[in-house]
Write a protein that binds this ligand. Structure first.
Ligand code: FES
Length: 316
């Protein structure tokens, strides 16, 4: 696995269990020197010990930071990222980390509504601290299944008091929070939402009549990497002649990595172009947001695209 860009060599300085499924990690460089600054909503990309590249929102204050702090939820259906972070990362583990980027920036508004679902609280927590420090009016609605599964519950309650509304649905679809009253009439409020897809889909559905740019979402999966109806297929690697079977629940990139091949990657969501590979033959379901139409006959982004049918032959 090679890391593209200007990755920082960092070490794990802290590992804190927040809930049975969520762990907080803090990273610093060996000299504990200052790090690139960031604003609330920023994320870093971590190369996990398994080789997977994963983006995580930063939780801490980004002004002259000496560490980066993230929280990671263990996903039972993990394709390698969260499991590797939980099981293979301990205090002192060295990791390559790409510096902060921000695709969820906090705008300047008269007031804010911050909506978090589950682990989506991480950028929302960072935004809340930033706004509180500046005396800006904001309200947080934080939805989780139960108190036990709520990361940062006590510290957020202590920090934000009545500005924080916590809602537990206990896994019952009839008990999910009803956001309609907040969206019925468009307001000058800026909304920032991060959480599971059903939550963000609901907010998108009920805020369609709001002015553009007023309701903002953090979504680390601009394309569906693996879909429920995907099937296995074979890939022939021309340079070695190896034939590798890509399982239904894995990408080509993940499968090549598991087979011991080193292939460049970064976003692993079809948006950055790092994993572009030569395509020699095959019927490809192109799922990336990078390739031009005329490139699709000879190139494939192996982090997301797969065979529509039959075998693919790659120039690898
Ligand atoms: S790793 Fe970014 S497009 Fe594949």
């Amino acid at each position: 696995m090679s890391v593209t860009g200007n990755a920082l060599q960092m070490r794990v300085m802290g590992k804190r269990i927040l809930t049975p499924a969520i762990c907080e990690f803090s990273f610093a460089t060996d000299d504990a020197g200052p790090l690139p600054e960031f604003f609330p909503g920023a994320h870093i990309t971590v190369e996990t010990p398994s080789g997977a590249m994963r983006r995580y929102s930063l939780v801490n204050n980004g002004e002259t930071p000496d560490r980066y702090v993230i929280a990671v939820k263990y996903e039972p259906a993990s394709r390698g990222g969260s499991r590797s972070m939980h099981e293979q990362v301990e205090i002192d583990t060295a990791l390559n980390i790409q510096p902060p980027e921000n695709s969820f920036p906090l705008g300047d508004a008269p007031r804010y509504l911050l909506i978090a679902g589950g682990i989506g609280v991480t950028p929302i927590y960072a935004m809340s601290k930033h706004l509180a420090k500046r005396g800006k009016p904001f309200q947080i609605i934080y939805c989780t299944r139960s108190a036990e599964e709520t990361a940062y519950l006590d510290e957020m309650n202590n920090a934000f008091g009545s500005a924080l509304q916590i809602h537990h649905d206990f896994g019952d679809p009839d008990k999910v929070y009803d956001f309609w009253d907040h969206f019925a009439a468009p307001q000058a409020t800026y909304v920032y939402c991060c959480g599971p897809k059903p939550l963000m889909d609901e907010i998108k559905a009920i805020s369609g009549h709001w002015p553009e740019g007023r309701v903002n979402f953090e979504d680390f999966k601009p394309v569906e990497v693996v879909r429920p109806d995907d099937t296995a297929f074979d890939v022939t690697l021309k340079k070695s002649g190896r034939i590798i079977t890509v399982p239904a629940d894995r990408t080509i990139l993940e499968t090549l990595r598991e087979a011991g091949l080193k292939v460049a990657s970064s976003c692993e969501s079809g948006t950055c172009g790092s994993c572009k590979s030569g395509l020699i033959a095959g019927d490809v379901d192109h799922r990336d947001l990078v390739l031009m139409e005329d490139e699709k006959l000879t190139r494939i982004m192996i982090c997301v695209s797969r065979a529509r049918s039959g075998r693919l032959v790659l120039d690898l």
